[in-house]
Design a protein around this ligand. Structure first.
Ligand SMILES: [Fe+2]
Ligand SMILES: [Fe+2]
Length: 338
């Protein structure tokens, strides 16, 4: 056994390339509370009341229409696990305090549940594990599948951009986009829960809505921590990201804006036809005016948060909100969230 040279200085602890901090500092107490409730409120999508869900009482057209809504949701919720996993890695690289790392871990965990739920609903409704290779049984089902393929294609257009954005943006900037998604998501899922007629969907939307409410609280506490010391260039980046978030999330919360989403002319008409059939079968989806009012309210909530920190708000004329004109946003600029 060799003698250890105790006179030699140990290596320095300031190592920016170390992916993990050897530290468990707790500064943002609110985040510890949210993480504790995430542990308490954990749920298992496969343990919901599936045995009370008799899918055979629906026609194939109805099953395809309801599955389409879950497919639309999946375009957002199935991208959430890798999106938040990448943000989780960033919290380690940045040597964030322990509660921030833990909270991001919990969001990634929750989003996996949301994606799992989408998969269970689609697989049960279609009797097939994916909506893209499924063979539609009704005429409407065929058109809805074509819509799904367009959505899927659009979803392929932001991932490379996001991977490049992650190291460039501060967590504060990323959080403004995240908050937009969480506020909107919390609203729609609470509504879907109260309108649901199937127990399994009611349970799922209640759980998902609760999760999204926690995600919102996480974003809010990080903003309270970081926004008072925000850099000037970050402010304009946030304004742009809010407009981008509106364009992106409108596809599920409202209707996809044409010059941003690359979609065929009859896309919205087909989607509306699908929603009508789903609604008539008892699957609650807010109507056009309700969606618009919800979206407007969620955006105004976000505006009131950003106003406190003097961050200019973008114009969103589609829902009657005036502000700074932002143009030239591409799918590649998107920080995808839900
Ligand atoms: Fe979320
Ligand atoms: Fe989600």
């Amino acid at each position: 056994m060799t003698d250890i040279d105790t006179s030699q200085e140990p290596p320095p602890i300031e190592n920016p390339h170390n992916v993990f901090p050897l530290s468990w500092v707790q500064e943002t107490e609110k985040m510890e509370e949210v993480y504790a409730s995430a542990l308490r409120e954990n749920w298992d999508p496969s343990a919901l009341s599936w045995d009370e869900f008799d899918v055979t009482k629906y026609t194939w057209e109805e099953r395809e229409a309801i599955a389409y809504w879950w497919t639309l949701l999946s375009v957002f919720d199935a991208s959430a696990p890798p999106v938040f996993a990448a943000a989780l890695i960033k919290t380690y690289e940045d040597h964030e305090e322990a509660p921030v790392r833990r909270c991001f871990f919990s969001v990634t965990r929750d989003e996996q549940n949301h994606e799992h739920m989408c998969g269970l609903a689609i697989t049960t409704l279609l009797d097939h594990p994916d909506p893209l290779t499924y063979e539609p049984k009704s005429e409407l089902g065929k058109k809805l599948q074509r819509n799904a393929r367009w959505l899927y294609y659009n979803g392929s257009r932001y991932w490379d951009g996001y991977k490049q954005a992650i190291p460039k943006y501060s967590l504060a900037v990323l959080f403004s986009s995240f908050l937009m998604g969480e506020i909107a998501a919390a609203t729609i899922f609470h509504q879907m829960a109260s309108g649901a007629t199937e127990k399994v969907f009611q349970e799922a939307f209640t759980n998902i809505g609760r999760d999204e409410g926690r995600h919102m609280a996480i974003c809010m506490s990080l903003m309270q921590r970081d926004y008072p010391k925000l850099e000037v260039e970050d402010r304009s980046l946030i304004t742009k990201q809010i407009r981008a978030g509106y364009l992106f999330l409108s596809a599920v919360l409202f209707e996809p804006p044409e010059d941003f989403w690359d979609l065929p002319d009859d896309f919205i008409e087909v989607q509306r036809a699908g929603e009508t059939v789903a609604r008539e079968a008892g699957f609650f989806i807010p109507d056009y005016e309700t969606k618009k009012a919800n979206w407007r309210e969620a955006i105004l909530n976000l505006k009131s948060v950003l106003d406190v920190y003097d961050i200019p708000f973008p114009a969103i004329p589609e829902v009657g909100i005036s502000g700074e004109e932002i143009s030239d946003i591409e799918m590649e600029d998107i920080i995808p969230v839900f």
